[in-house]
Design a protein around this ligand. Structure first.
Ligand SMILES: Cc1ncc(COP(=O)(O)O)c(C=O)c1O
Ligand SMILES: Nc1ccccc1C(=O)C[C@H](N)C(=O)O
Length: 418
């Protein structure tokens, strides 16, 4: 690969998604080399107007009358994600609650659907909230957790996972893209193996949606959740999405019996009787403002096209890896993601004993990655608004920090948020 800055500029000149950069506030103006789109995506330029419309027209003027349209927002935005991002059918996706709460709802519903089975399986290296929800549900139900060991850099080995699957396993919880390493799971193959063992899988698509091709229908996925504030650019604390395959919906019952999941909600009937469709996985009043922001983000991703985003994400990752090999390896910084681009999501992780100090030094220089314990710098160049030269400049900055030792003066003590 040609590692000159001119070569990166040439990649930008040929980028079919280049124009999307102007659709995000700050991109191209704030001078930031923002490589944390996998934690919090940038704000679409259209979002403030969309929020203002809800506030000034629908809320200020429409008041309670606006509920006639707000009441359908969770499934309307869900359908947008289903078609434009997730490869699902209409009526299979709902935008509601947080990823954690959605995971809890689907996990309990799935465990109930596998009576007599007393084991939950998850990856020992999965995002904390996933492992905690699995542990909490297992404890409450008297079930056992099997945490499958996963390589911190390479992700979960499907052969190792297969050894954990037997007739005792009710549900498997896994991330399609590992939060730390970016390792990409074979969603279709794992789903098939688990089904052969009689288990259901709940996929966490938080680092996958909008970053890699996701085709829930083709992959035979039954259940999934994911957040909307990363590559979907829905904003901080934006509600998550949940997916339940149509054929399964009526067989599942979620544990939080709220009135927004009720059949004929305004009949105010005496007993909980969940509506047949995906709305039975809703709980209470939806965050209408936040949903408006998710809608803008979802539309942008659908317009760009997941396949084009994934192709660019992969190319950006390849540039990170090539520059890391050439510039950073001599300073003892190692690749901590799968080397094969077909096995990676859209972020790339580097390992260094000075990872936290390096992260602080980069942020001070206008380069924003994040730090993940114990010794990782995570680089998430979101393909919608990150240029190849941004990656080149960020990596050059990291190289210069390492060469000068500028990071050595930063505190070793971690801040509350990393
Ligand atoms: C894999 C994964 N799951 C879940 C979450 C977050 O869950 P929540 O939106 O409930 O905070 C994140 C990131 O915050 C994540 O990376
Ligand atoms: N929701 C957050 C709130 C505060 C700080 C970070 C997050 C993240 O999303 C982190 C991300 N899920 C991660 O993969 O580390």
């Amino acid at each position: 690969m040609d590692l000159t800055r001119a070569a990166a500029e040439a990649l930008d000149a040929a980028d079919p998604l280049a124009a999307f950069r102007d659709r995000f506030a700050g991109a191209g103006e704030d001078g930031l080399l923002y490589l944390d789109g996998n934690s919090l995506g940038r704000m679409p330029v259209e979002t403030p107007a969309a929020l203002a419309r809800v506030v000034e027209e629908e809320w200020a003027r429409g008041l309670v009358r606006s509920w006639s349209s707000w009441v359908g927002a969770a499934t309307r935005v869900g359908d947008l994600l289903a078609e434009g991002v997730l490869g699902a059918r209409p009526g299979e996706v709902l935008v509601a609650d947080s990823t954690t709460v959605d995971l809890y709802k689907l996990l309990v519903a799935a465990a109930d659907a596998r009576p007599g089975r007393d084991v939950l399986v998850c990856s020992a290296d999965d995002f904390p909230t996933d492992r905690y929800v699995v542990a909490g549900v297992a404890q409450a139900r008297g079930m056992t957790v099997r945490e499958v060991p996963a390589d911190a850099d390479e992700g979960l080995d499907p052969a190792v996972l297969a050894t954990a699957l037997d007739e005792r396993v009710a549900v498997v919880v896994l991330s399609a893209v590992a939060y730390r390493s970016g390792a990409l799971a074979d969603v279709a193959a794992v789903t098939r193996t688990a089904r052969e063992a009689g288990a259901l899988v709940v996929w966490d698509l938080s680092h996958a949606a909008g970053a890699v091709p996701v085709d829930l229908a083709a992959d035979g996925v039954d259940l999934a959740v994911g957040c909307t504030y990363k590559y979907l650019n829905g904003g901080p604390g934006a509600p998550a999405f949940l997916y339940v395959r149509r054929e399964l919906q009526e067989r599942l019952r979620q544990p939080i019996w709220g009135w927004f999941g009720q059949r004929d909600q305004f009949a105010m009937g005496p007993a909980y009787d969940p509506v047949p469709g995906v709305e039975r996985f809703a709980v209470g009043t939806p965050p209408v403002l936040a949903l408006a922001a998710v809608e803008v983000g979802a539309r942008l991703v659908a317009e760009a096209g997941v396949d084009r985003l994934a192709a660019k994400g992969r190319a950006l990752g390849e540039l990170v890896v090539a520059l890391a090999d050439a510039w950073l390896a001599p300073h003892g910084v190692a690749l901590a993601s799968p080397r094969d681009p077909a096995r990676r999501g859209a972020h790339v992780t580097l390992a260094s004993p000075s990872a936290w100090q390096l992260t602080q030094a980069l942020v001070d220089r206008g380069v924003v990655p994040d730090f993940r314990t114990p010794d990782r710098v995570r680089l998430g160049p979101a393909p919608l608004y990150t240029r190849f030269v941004d990656v080149w400049d960020a990596m050059a900055c990291l190289r210069d920090v390492l060469a000068s030792g500028a990071h050595e003066g930063y505190p070793a003590e971690r801040s509350r948020v990393t």
